[in-house]
Design a protein around this ligand. Structure first.
Ligand code: G3I
Length: 377
């Protein structure tokens, strides 16, 4: 059976043609041990919650968190606390929030999310240190006239100060985000223009110096497919490893769209992990055209199921994170006109079939493990 999905693209370029698989029957084996929860954590997560089920197979399941919703919507807060075992700040650790004015840091929104995570026994994915988007206006304005040495010093200070501020509180950092174009060339960002490709290795070295225990990730979209972009990312991290650069993992964002094809994600997770890296699905959602038909929703269910199965099947896939959980808070409608319904809860924060699919996939994996179906450690 093929659901005839084609994988989601954030840009218009098409990659991964022909790379259509469903991870049906994927072995629910080889999931690594979960790191310990934060000390003193309290959670009233029900046994059939995503986080409880995921913990039975040694997987961390996470969500991006909209901190405005967390502060204002008690239902949102309750779901974030009880269903997930990791959180990622959707926006508040990005440079424009952290340092809106040069030298004047705004840590409070991210500190509040870290405190929420600690209260609820959750780990934090830090997102993101080096990106071409959501840069502060002062930096965007000043960068073109800076010398390479000046810009390099600004970037080093940003990474050092932010990683130091959160030292010991971040499980995984997305150190460099979206450095490639879909054709596999390096993105023409201010970082590449002024600093050359070496900015990537430098970023990892600076982050590691500031918090040697945090897991450091390269994170990108459309690398779920085998194609020019995935191959370029593979070559990059292979070189970084060979050069002794402190990189620990690769994040596969996994923004899918029912009008495109499913990626050969398990294959890509596997080949990156074979380089001695951890892998993670970091921003999963499955958008579709509105209004949603039954066929499209079935395809969305297939997208969530197969991406989770792919992670479960790869020993070094250490976390599965959805990019928000409620359709009312999704980034998708603002970016893709006429599309949405990408999340696992509806606009009223009621669980959808996509939620049930994740629940059932985890329950099946836990059952398979109990029957001796897999060596998870
Ligand atoms: O905070 C301002 C607010 O002051 C202003 O009034 C308002 C007016 O538009 O904008 C607000 O900023 C918005 C910000 O989200 C916070 O809500 C930006 O306009 C908006 O562009 C920004 O969108 C975020 C987007 O990254 C930016 O590229 C999305 O929430 C966020 O989900 C999205 O996340 C990215 C990941 O970081 C990387 N991978 C792709 C993913 C989806 O695009």
């Amino acid at each position: 059976m093929s659901l005839r999905l084609r994988a989601g693209l954030i840009t218009t370029a098409v990659v991964g043609a022909g790379a259509v698989i469903l991870a049906q029957g994927a072995a629910f084996a080889s999931v690594p041990a979960t790191p310990p929860a934060a000390p003193g954590h309290q959670t009233s997560a029900p046994a059939d919650s995503l986080r409880s089920l995921a913990s039975r197979v040694g997987l961390r399941i996470g969500t991006a968190v909209n901190t405005d919703a967390l502060a204002s919507d008690s239902d949102y807060r309750s779901i974030a606390a009880t269903q997930f075992s990791t959180v990622t700040p959707e926006n508040v650790m990005k440079w424009d929030t952290i340092e809106p004015t040069q030298g004047a840091y705004n840590w409070a929104p991210a500190d509040q999310l870290v405190a929420f995570a600690q209260q609820n026994g959750q780990l934090v994915r830090g997102h993101t240190l080096v990106w071409h988007n959501q840069l502060p206006a002062w930096l965007t304005a000043a960068a073109p006239s800076m010398t390479p040495d000046q810009l390099r010093a600004v970037l080093k200070k940003h990474i050092t100060d932010e990683v130091t501020h959160f030292k010991g509180k971040i499980w995984q950092w997305d150190v460099v985000n979206e450095a490639f174009n879909d054709d596999g060339t390096l993105r023409d960002s201010i970082w590449l223009q002024k600093l050359g490709p070496g900015y990537i290795a430098d970023a990892f070295r600076w982050a590691h110096a500031a918090d040697p225990k945090a897991l450091l990730f390269y994170n990108d979209y459309n690398i779920e497919f085998t194609g020019p972009k995935s191959n370029a990312a593979y070559s990059l991290v292979q070189q970084l490893k060979a050069q002794g650069v402190p990189i620990d993992g690769v994040g596969f964002q996994t923004h899918l769209d029912t009008q495109y094809g499913l990626p050969d994600l398990q294959n890509n997770l596997q080949r990156f992990s074979a380089l001695g890296l951890k892998v993670a699905e970091t921003e999963v959602d499955v958008r579709t055209t509105l209004p949603v038909t039954a066929v499209e929703q079935n395809a969305q269910v297939g997208g969530y199921t197969s991406t989770l199965q792919a992670c479960l099947a790869v020993r070094d896939c250490i976390s599965y994170t959805v990019w928000g959980f409620g359709d009312g808070y999704s980034w998708v409608p603002a970016v893709f006109a006429g599309e949405g319904a990408a999340d696992i809860y509806d606009e009223n924060l009621q669980p959808k079939a996509e939620y049930t699919a994740l629940q059932q996939t985890l329950a099946l994996a836990a059952g398979a493990q109990q029957r001796g179906g897999g060596d998870r450690h």
